[in-house]
Design a binder for this molecule. Structure first.
Ligand SMILES: [Mg+2]
Length: 288
């Protein structure tokens, strides 16, 4: 990837992150931490790696995304809106009655969403089935399965992983968002997943663990996964829950945030200003 392409992806990431912050503030609450941790992944997928046609979301030869950690829907919706799947104004109807953008993704409501998710664990089986279908068709399409590290508490994940590994379904790119936190604490405290990368290796996967909020690292890992033959593939994202906004990275309860006090609103407005300035080309983005 050349410098210009990388800069384009960084701008797309900033736009997605900005949309997430604005739409959740408008809603008044929402799944902030887990949405922000996959912003760079969404940027690389929709900005470079995925095959799709935003004007024809049901294009038969498209690649698919299964966001098994469905509560991160706001990051997905933002990526879809930025790439023209639907009007950006829709973002501000998140979770309203009658909206096309429910809190958790619904394939019957949102252009570009191919699988309904949110009941944790179930997306893994769905993606395994989709990849099996692609293999039967011989079409070469990919499905990108995005799983949370807290979600690994669900036994169904491991059942699906065993199937994907056994059948060497390497067109199902399993991406685990290892942000080390889940709804009400750290994954280590709540239900220690131990060494996720080693576990996936033990299941038979080709595993890469990469910086999870770095477009270049994610892009390289996906390129590499596509080169792997005769083995299932997994990318573990070493990510930060709440990534890109220092205040939200530190906030203990950043899984679901209520925008109901001056401190939170102030931090959000500061982050929005920094992102807007970066997008306009007026500043470096500092996330330290
Ligand atoms: Mg997590």
């Amino acid at each position: 990837m050349d410098k210009n392409q990388l800069q384009d992806l960084k701008i797309l990431s900033a736009k997605i992150r900005l949309d997430v912050l604005k739409m959740l503030e408008k809603r008044g609450y929402g799944h902030l931490g887990g949405s922000l941790s996959i912003v760079e992944l969404m940027s690389v997928l929709y900005g470079k790696q995925l095959r799709y046609d935003a004007a024809n979301p049901k294009w038969e030869d498209r690649d698919m995304v299964v966001l098994s950690k469905g509560h991160a829907g706001p990051a997905w919706y933002s990526a879809l809106a930025e790439q023209g799947f639907f009007d950006k104004e829709w973002l501000y109807t998140l979770n309203d009655g009658g909206t096309n953008l429910p809190s958790h993704p619904d394939r019957l409501k949102t252009p570009g969403v191919d699988m309904t998710t949110g009941s944790l664990g179930q997306g893994t089986s769905a993606a395994a089935g989709i990849a099996t279908g692609f293999r039967m068709k011989g079409s070469g399409q990919y499905v990108y399965l995005i799983v949370g590290d807290g979600e690994l508490n669900e036994g169904q994940c491991w059942e699906a992983f065993q199937y994907i590994a056994h059948y060497k379904l390497n067109h199902c790119v399993v991406i685990i968002d290892e942000n080390k936190r889940q709804l009400d604490g750290t994954t280590k405290e709540i239900m220690n997943p131990f060494d996720v990368a080693e576990k996936m290796r033990a299941f038979g996967f080709h595993v890469q663990k990469v910086k999870g909020n770095d477009e270049e690292a994610i892009d390289k890992a996906i390129d590499c996964a596509k080169e792997v033959e005769d083995q299932a593939v997994c990318i573990v994202l070493d990510s930060i829950k709440g990534s890109g906004v220092p205040y939200f990275e530190q906030l203990a309860g950043n899984h679901s945030v209520k925008f109901n006090n001056d401190e939170i609103l102030g931090a959000n407005h500061e982050a929005i200003k920094a992102l807007e300035s970066f997008i306009e080309g007026g500043s470096e983005l500092c996330t330290d």
